[in-house]
Design a protein around this ligand. Structure first.
Ligand SMILES: Cc1cc2nc3c(=O)[nH]c(=O)nc-3n(C[C@H](O)[C@H](O)[C@H](O)COP(=O)(O)OP(=O)(O)OC[C@H]3O[C@@H](n4cnc5c(N)ncnc54)[C@H](O)[C@@H]3O)c2cc1C
Length: 308
């Protein structure tokens, strides 16, 4: 059977199983990714519950179609060209509660800002650093997102995942997640992260709130939040800061098409309005080349650009 027939059958099966599911056909991914670029995909599916997500994954597995999982799209950029992809968005999967053991249970689609606020409401400290990171629990754990000296690995206890190939659900204790700087075992692409438990310490609500306010003030002051971006473009090279290297190489303000190295924070490439994904990819290459020539340091992108 041809690939497009396989895809149509899969979509029919999903519609039949879940007549009311949000299934956006030929959806432009620019609307769902914070850099605001990306062409259409065959379909974006937004399951409302974990059960729906699991059933869709089973149907995809049976059709031998591998979906791309999307959190908040704040680190992921789609190609400009239309593609035949199926994208599975987690944004509607939003369970969040305190367990009898006093841990926080959060589904993959919960925003990190909401998770941090929930911790604050329950006078639990440890997630203040995450309150301004615009990703979800799923994307955040995959990236081991962090800021201001904190990382999700510091407070996650365990993660429940679906193995894409076998369809098996299993639990990973923190020690099995291979967390390190912006890294986790889940970057091997073999699993869908379903939920996680966070273990925090009792603290003072007002202090937690003040700390979050202060960190967000510092973020607004330093980062070009008034423009679309995908956050820090490059990983931090050992012993250096990417933004400082880029600035020292005279690359602040360098642009290609609508993509520009931010003048406010050289670690960010921003979309000044009409950027394409190709503009972003080209500018990343220019920055890498210049920094390597001048400093002999190879910058590695943190932003994930999907290939067409
Ligand atoms: C303005 C701005 C500021 C930022 N500041 C920070 C910061 O301070 N610190 C930091 O670490 N990052 C920061 N980021 C980057 C980004 O927010 C993080 O990397 C975040 O963890 C990405 O989460 P997401 O849900 O948006 O993931 P996405 O961008 O949607 O996806 C990222 C990757 O995770 C995969 N994925 C997502 N969800 C799942 C899931 N449930 N199961 C399996 N795979 C999944 C995707 O397929 C993709 O490979 C910033 C971004 C922006 C735009």
């Amino acid at each position: 059977m041809k690939q497009d027939q396989v895809m149509e059958r899969l979509l029919d099966a999903i519609r039949e199983t879940f007549p009311h599911i949000a299934l956006l056909e030929e959806e432009k991914m620019a609307a769902h990714c914070s850099f605001r670029t990306g062409g259409a995909v065959r379909a974006l599916l937004l399951p409302g519950t974990e059960e729906e997500l699991l059933t869709i994954c089973t149907l995809c597995r049976e059709a031998e179609v591998e979906p791309i999982v999307l959190g908040n799209g704040t680190n992921l950029v789609f190609p400009d060209e239309r593609s035949d992809r199926i994208v599975l968005g987690t944004e509607k999967i939003q369970d969040l509660y305190l367990t009898p053991e006093g841990e926080i249970f959060a589904s993959c689609g919960v925003a990190l800002s909401r998770l941090a606020s929930f911790a604050c409401e329950n006078a639990l400290t440890g997630l203040e650093f995450a309150s301004g990171i615009p990703g979800t629990v799923g994307g955040g754990l995959l990236m081991n997102a962090g800021a201001y000296g904190g990382e999700l690995k510091d407070c996650v206890k365990n993660v429940r995942v679906l193995d894409k190939k076998s369809g098996k659900i299993s639990g990973f204790e923190k020690k099995d997640c291979d967390f390190s700087y912006r890294h986790s075992i889940f970057q091997n692409g073999e699993a869908v992260l379903l939920s996680a438990r966070f273990s925090l310490t009792q603290g003072d609500k007002n202090r937690i709130r003040e700390e979050m306010k202060e960190l967000n003030r510092r973020r607004r002051e330093k980062q070009p939040l008034e423009f679309p971006s995908a956050g820090s473009t490059f990983r931090r090279p050992e012993g250096h800061y990417a933004a400082a290297l880029i600035e020292e190489c005279g690359l602040k303000g360098r642009s290609i098409g609508g993509a520009k190295v931010s003048e406010k924070h050289a670690g960010f490439i921003i979309n000044t309005g009409n950027a394409t994904t190709e503009d972003l990819a080209s500018l990343i290459r220019v920055v890498q080349t210049e920094v390597y020539e001048q400093k002999q340091i190879a910058l590695q992108p943190e932003v994930i650009i999907l290939q067409g």
